[in-house]
Write a protein that binds this ligand. Structure first.
Ligand SMILES: *Cc1c(COP(=O)(O)O)cnc(C)c1O
Length: 383
């Protein structure tokens, strides 16, 4: 039997809620299910406001529009991230200034951001890789010092937290001025494609709704705040249909159960791999004191690309699908010529050496045992 890398989990209520939405006769956006999902996230994670979107990519594009990004503006982000993080800002004409990853974590090296800030810098975009927080105190302090905005790419970070120096535990996505989440089928809770914009700075509230609704003030009209609606700003059709929101609601209802299961599987991997880490062939992920683990992903960092290639092949021969992750964006076909040539060695290391293991709700403990036995054959030896 093959063990896939990911299998989207269905709670069982999705089609019932979709049917309810269809029968209600309201299947376009911003209806009952959209509002139920938004209220849930606002209350649980303490956003000033959130808006469901058709993807995290769209939510990031909304951020770039809201921040009035223009040609010449510079945006600092890690190179080790998904294309969308950069694309949203590139579409507005920004120059992306790629920062290196930390040596011990694929996210942005917080201590290497300040040297990249210029008069043109407008935004810092930390990516909470694997749902593990970047050190937000450091990033927010820089934003304050240089008058910059912070957009958290929290695509992988639902239900994960950061505890800063003030001791307050805050949800990822609720700390920066704006944030973006994904409900793509590879994430913890899903709607096929789907995403969400988190808004924490009040000054963006009104305009975000307008950009979301094709540049119109239709949301205000529906609330009875204005007696007609029209074209008032730029925007696009960023809101999902009720069919998608109904699907997402079924997932939200099972959030705690999903998270519990994923964390249990993550811990099983960690516990069984810890004893063979000492052979020096790989490193396990470490969760910093200030961060929680939402078990979005279980990854290993192999000692070199050869070890990783052999491992993926060996797992493949046993019908276990393990995969590597991002190719460095500063070396991408689309952007390498625009990159300023700085060497990003930690980013390169993660691009070469990081491997992700199967992790999904329905993965069996016995399947993890099987994966571990293959890993042990490969990695529990000195050479
Ligand atoms: C998944 C992901 C995205 C894109 O999410 P979509 O919902 O597919 O647009 C963006 N950034 C990161 C870090 C991701 O993991």
């Amino acid at each position: 039997m093959e063990i896939p890398f990911n299998k989207p989990y269905l709670t069982g209520k999705e089609t019932a809620y979709i049917e309810d939405a269809v029968k209600s006769g309201k299947i376009s956006g911003n209806g009952k299910y959209t509002r139920m999902c938004q209220n849930f996230f606002e209350n649980k994670y303490n956003f000033k406001k959130c808006l469901l979107t058709t993807s995290c990519t769209d939510a990031l594009e909304m951020c770039a529009i809201l921040l009035n990004i223009e040609p010449g503006d510079e945006v600092i982000m890690p190179s080790y991230t998904f294309v969308s993080t950069a694309l949203a800002f590139v579409r507005q004409g920004a120059k992306i200034v790629f920062a290196d990853s930390r040596a011990d974590y694929p996210g942005i090296d917080e201590d290497k951001i300040e040297e990249l800030i210029t008069k043109k810098t407008k935004v810092i975009v930390p990516v909470h890789y694997a749902g593990v927080a970047c050190d937000m105190d450091k990033i927010m302090a820089l934003a304050e010092k240089y008058d910059l905005f912070v957009v958290e790419d929290a695509a992988q970070a639902i239900d994960s937290y950061y505890t800063g120096a003030n001791g307050i535990k805050r949800a990822l996505g609720s700390i920066g001025h704006l944030s973006a989440f994904s409900f793509h089928e590879t994430k913890n809770i899903i709607s096929g494609e789907g995403g969400m914009l988190g808004i924490n700075d009040e000054k963006f509230l009104k305009r975000a709704e307008i950009i979301w609704e094709k540049g119109t003030n239709r949301s205000e009209f529906f609330r009875g705040e204005v007696n007609k609606y029209g074209w008032v700003d730029t925007g696009s059709s960023f809101l999902p249909s009720e069919i998608i929101s109904a699907f997402l609601w079924a997932q939200i209802e099972q959030l705690d159960k999903i998270q519990l299961r994923r964390k249990c599987l993550w811990n099983q991997y960690y516990r069984l791999l810890k004893p063979i880490e000492m052979y020096g062939n790989f490193k396990l992920p470490e969760i910093p004191e200030y961060a929680t683990n939402n078990a979005h992903m279980f990854y290993l960092v192999c000692k070199n690309i050869k070890t990783r290639t052999e491992l993926i092949q060996k797992l493949g021969r046993e019908n276990i699908l393990a995969v590597f992750h991002y190719l460095a964006l500063h070396k991408s076909e689309f952007y390498h010529e625009k990159h300023d040539g700085r060497n990003l060695k930690n980013c390169d290391k993660f691009a070469d050496c990081l491997v992700r293991l199967p992790l999904f709700f329905e993965l069996g403990s016995d399947e993890i045992d099987k994966i571990i036995s293959v890993l042990t054959q490969s990695l529990a030896k000195s050479n």
